[in-house]
Ligand binder design. Structure first.
Ligand code: BEZ
Length: 211
């Protein structure tokens, strides 16, 4: 069955380019990003893995661990990582799961046979510290993902988790946020000392609370 938002992210143990990972234990209290790649030594994947390596500091700042999965062996991953480092000016500094038997790919429904025979499509799962799935997305093999967008979503998810705000269309760091509908307007001043604007009774905006 498909994994839905709010589900517990399925746990697994897998070999990776950095040793054995027990997923839930490895996550600990961190957030996590699990993302799949169709195959080693493929061009779009090479650029994506390099970008994630160069963004590792941004993920660390947000207490997020990143974990890639590709349906090839550890030895294959290690050779490919050398190419990624060379061509993308990076050091791949996070584990890549070796999934030749497609155990993780199947567990997370990452193989969409009508799109790509026997290989994973490009999926992303963001998992919270409670191990629940907070976001899932699926891209075709031919379109590289935008990892700035993944960071933007993480910022939004963490604001919601910590401050009871949501983020409006095209929100970026520093932009005003939406007070969640569960908060009554009369309770806003106590919770949001930076103030708020009532555009409509159901649309209440407040400055980003963590700045
Ligand atoms: C790629 O990563 O470049 C790729 C992989 C599978 C199909 C198409 C592109």
């Amino acid at each position: 069955m498909a994994i839905r938002l709010g589900d517990i992210a399925p746990d697994f143990t897998a070999e990776t380019s950095q040793g054995t990972v027990e997923f839930h234990k490895w996550l600990g209290d961190s957030w996590g990003v699990l993302f799949s790649h169709p195959k080693d030594y493929t061009p779009v994947c090479t650029t994506e893995l390099g970008r994630v390596a160069n963004l590792k500091g941004e993920f660390d700042k947000r207490n997020v661990k990143v974990l890639a999965v590709s349906v090839d062996s550890v030895d294959s991953h290690k050779g490919w990582i050398n190419d990624i480092n060379e061509t993308q000016s990076c050091t791949v500094n996070y584990p890549i799961i070796a999934d030749p038997d497609k155990k993780v790919a199947t567990l997370y429904d990452m193989i969409h046979p009508n799109a790509l025979d026997n290989l994973t499509v490009r999926t992303v799962f963001i998992v919270g510290p409670d191990k629940k799935v907070k976001l899932s997305l699926t891209y075709p093999a031919s379109t590289g993902r935008n990892f700035d967008e993944i960071l933007r979503v993480i910022d939004s998810l963490q604001l919601t988790a910590n401050y009871q705000v949501a983020t409006p269309v095209d929100w970026k760091q520093g932009g005003d946020c939406v007070v969640v509908p569960a908060i009554k307007t009369e309770d806003i001043p106590a919770k949001f000392p930076k103030g708020f604007t009532e555009v409509k009774p159901y649309l209440r905006m407040t400055p980003q609370p963590d700045l």
